[in-house]
Design a protein. Structure first.
Length: 265
């Protein structure tokens, strides 16, 4: 069985999030815990870290989850690491045997496909499945090779898992629940400028892979257009919608969206 002491848990956080951080930290008992205070203006994070004997890493300014996770990673001394968002709850590693692969995808409908397969790089590129970093147990040395893209303030999980999968590391699936993903935080980035910037940046970053896959390129162009529309940038959204419709002209949803945006008052 894998020793919990061999698996460090890294929690990036900005503020104690109304007690959610303490709940998350309590669920990690038995694991070495690293909490990254990503520029919190008070001592709420340090109080939680002290209460649970965690290693505390302080950042003077808020750099986002990706930057905080990289900072926490640098303090990890165990062979395995997991990243837990501060509104999630760790269920544990249960009866997990010592993994023979570099990465273990722990059971979750968000982490891999309903039949229990770990998503391929192509399936991730098509965004047919979601990703959540909390559902992955990874060898520390592997994370240090891939690391999180600090340019991203959203989508850092997707980018990391996609690059990890595309690089060819061995990923095994384990069909047991190991985390409860939080839904209680009120400071999520949905429909925020960070979400929009992240989608546009990822399109450019992975453009070469998208260029070779027409369906994926059209889907991401459509995704950028929807984000632009939510942000009230109508002309830009129309441009991206048109691009998506041209990339995949047989997709009626694309053309309907273009027409709807044109006639919208």
């Amino acid at each position: 069985m894998i020793d919990p002491a061999a698996v460090s848990i890294v929690i990036p956080t900005l503020g104690a999030r109304g007690g959610l951080l303490a709940r998350a930290a309590e669920s990690t008992l038995g694991h070495p815990l690293v909490i990254v205070d990503d520029g919190t203006p008070d001592d709420s994070v340090s109080l939680v870290a002290g209460a649970f004997g965690a290693t505390l890493i302080r950042r003077d300014t808020n750099g986002g989850v990706a930057a905080a996770q990289n900072c926490g990673l640098d303090a990890v001394k165990t062979p395995w690491v997991r990243f837990l968002h501060s509104d999630d709850i760790l269920v544990g590693c249960g009866d997990l045997n010592e993994p023979t692969s570099e990465v273990v995808a722990l059971q979750s409908a968000m982490a891999y496909l309903p039949n229990g397969r770990v998503p391929t790089a192509e399936e991730l590129l098509l965004h047919r499945v979601g990703t959540h970093i909390s559902h992955y147990l990874i060898r520390t040395e592997v994370v240090r090779q891939v690391r999180f893209d600090e340019r991203l303030r959203s989508w850092e999980d997707w980018d990391f898992i996609y690059r990890l999968t595309a690089t060819g590391f061995t990923i095994a699936a384990v069909d047991s629940p190991f985390v409860e993903v939080g839904r209680d935080a009120t400071d999520r980035l949905s429909a925020s400028p960070a979400m929009l910037d992240g989608i546009v940046y990822l399109y450019e970053k992975h453009h070469e892979a998208l260029r070779r896959h027409r369906e994926a390129r059209s889907a991401w162009e459509f995704k950028v257009a929807r984000a632009q529309a939510r942000a009230g940038q109508r002309l830009s959204a129309l441009s991206w919608l048109s691009r998506s419709a041209i990339t995949e002209p047989w997709h009626p949803r694309r053309w309907f969206s273009v027409l709807r945006l044109i006639v919208r008052p």
